[in-house]
Design a binder for this molecule. Sequence first.
Ligand code: ATP
Length: 268
Amino acid sequence: MAHRSPRLVAALEGVGVRRATTDQLILDGVDWSVRAGEHWALLGANGAGKTTLLRLLGAAMFPTTGTVEVLGNRLGRVDVRELRAHIGHVSTTQRVPQDATAHTVVLTGATGSVQPLWRKYDAAAREQAQELLAELDCKELADRPFGVCSGGQRARVLIARALMPAPSLLLLDEPFNALDLPSREDLIDALHRLAVTRPDLATVTVTHHLEELPPSTTHALLLREGRVQSGGPAAEVLSSERLTRCFGRAIEVTSQDGRWLARSGRAV
Ligand SMILES: Nc1ncnc2c1ncn2[C@@H]1O[C@H](COP(=O)(O)OP(=O)(O)OP(=O)(O)O)[C@@H](O)[C@H]1O
């Protein structure tokens, strides 16, 4: 019997992004596809274009050249507000009302709004928000104002929020930023559990540290100066040789029990 590949969640062909203001080429000739059930790590030096690439996948911007298809819709030919409702996007620039409780913040994920739209949330949505908080191991935060939650708690609340519309694609831009070690490990566990309990969910996680990648990571994309340096199965791409080439600096990668560790030597 012929083997069928999982459904395509995102497909980029010849994608370029040029900033009109500075004429800088931010992404150049990017070809990439993400399929259901895949968990991608997106790596590259500061300014390599990771956030820009994630924003394209999140239908938050358009390419200058090439094509971006997300969930079967070509950017430029679809109502992006409608498309965004099916994509979970967690970014550091997410605006959140600090006095809203964690439960309310999760509820706003159902409407993709910053402020709660109370008339749109029924009992099922409220219940679902509770369940997502429990799934992310933070149900005790339900009544706590978001503004007083710790960094690790906020990260999990925002992921619960992003999961409200049951997205097929979850985008995480540096979700481990500024987390202490236990919070980082809790979040890694939570992401690993999501991958197990939602086999069709595809995720793309931008990170600077290989140590932060959950064992569920299946693929990696290395960006250098806006171009794809390497992309494919994590076990192949997350090698000393390829990371050294991507960062222009000697990097030694080791892996153990599904986790990765990277150490840098002198510049090459
Ligand atoms: N709104 C903007 N206007 C002008 N230039 C921009 C804008 N957004 C990004 N850039 C430029 O595009 C390049 C890529 O930025 P991007 O944020 O995608 O990189 P990154 O890999 O996510 O970086 P970092 O690791 O530092 O977060 C950078 O040179 C940045 O200065």
